[in-house]
Design a protein around this ligand. Structure first.
Ligand SMILES: Nc1ncnc2c1ncn2[C@@H]1O[C@H](COP(=O)(O)OP(=O)(O)OP(=O)(O)O)[C@@H](O)[C@H]1O
Ligand SMILES: [Mg+2]
Length: 248
């Protein structure tokens, strides 16, 4: 029987990973608790996106393990992870810009293997995002930046995920849209979705998170409850200085 991944904690243990000869993650270990939001913070180039690529089977670790809901999934290809309800919304733009909104959503459901199920799930996404529903037949590139990010999230939600990895969702979005996206993630976590987020918008991200992990030198520098991180002097000086904050 497959291990139960519902309310699945994500655990990294001794991960060593990088690109070619270069090591980026150097013995990284932490646990993102089930049904909570865990935010990864760290300087540019600290390896935050590499953590997600490693969990999602895009970067293969040289050592260490990734466990989701008690099941070892180290190095599993993306397809195997999607089948287990683990979805990844990468940094930047990830839509097919010339395809319609509807077509982008359909492609997100392809691993479901059933047209009827995809159609049913798409209706649920349209109900959640009325602005996306109104524009279903338009090219994805015609949506605003915030709407495109919502569409990417909607596409990920088609799989009714147990685990969401979301990298820098707030980039380029208006503060009101950022608040909507964070509220959506909070709602998902409160219904049992384990959420891992990378954010430069550290103060706002920590405010909506349960747990936080700060990376430095390819390892965990500081880890703890998100609320405590906001008050941590080291976190303040490293990550909450003026230039990295969008909303103060
Ligand atoms: N495909 C790649 N090939 C070689 N080096 C890479 C590759 N992707 C990332 N790197 C390097 O690995 C390091 C970590 O990159 P990563 O994208 O994980 O950082 P990050 O913490 O997400 O940074 P940012 O905040 O800028 O998004 C950086 O030095 C980056 O240049
Ligand atoms: Mg990154």
């Amino acid at each position: 029987m497959a291990p139960e991944t519902s309310g699945a904690a994500v655990r990294l243990d001794g991960i060593v990973a990088g690109y070619g000869q270069i090591t980026i993650l150097n013995g990284l270990s932490f646990t993102a608790p089930a049904a909570k939001i865990t935010t990864l913070i760290g300087a540019n180039g600290a390896g935050k996106s590499t953590v997600f690529k490693t969990i999602f089977g895009i970067v293969r670790p040289r050592a260490g393990s990734v466990t989701i809901g008690g099941e070892a999934v180290t190095g599993f290809p993306a397809r195997e992870l999607l089948a287990r309800g683990i979805v990844y919304v990468p940094q930047g733009r990830n839509l097919f810009p010339t395809l319609s909104v509807r077509h982008n959503l359909e492609l997100g459901g392809i691993t479901l293997g059933s047209r009827a199920l995809i159609a049913q799930r798409m209706e649920a996404v349209f109900a959640r995002f009325p602005r996306i529903a109104e524009r279903a037949e338009q090219q994805a590139s015609a949506l605003s930046g915030g709407e495109q990010k919502q569409l990417e999230i909607g596409r990920a939600l088609l799989l009714e995920p147990k685990v969401v990895l979301i990298d820098e969702p707030s980039i380029g979005l208006a503060p009101k849209v950022v608040a909507d996206v964070f509220a959506l993630l909070r709602g998902l976590a409160d219904t049992g979705v384990t959420t891992l987020m990378v954010e430069q918008n550290v103060r706002s991200a920590l405010a909506v998170s349960d747990h936080a992990v700060a990376l430095e030198g390819g390892r965990v520098a500081i880890e703890g409850p998100a609320g405590e991180m906001l008050a941590n002097p080291r976190i303040k000086s490293l990550f909450l200085g003026g230039h990295m904050e969008q909303t103060g």
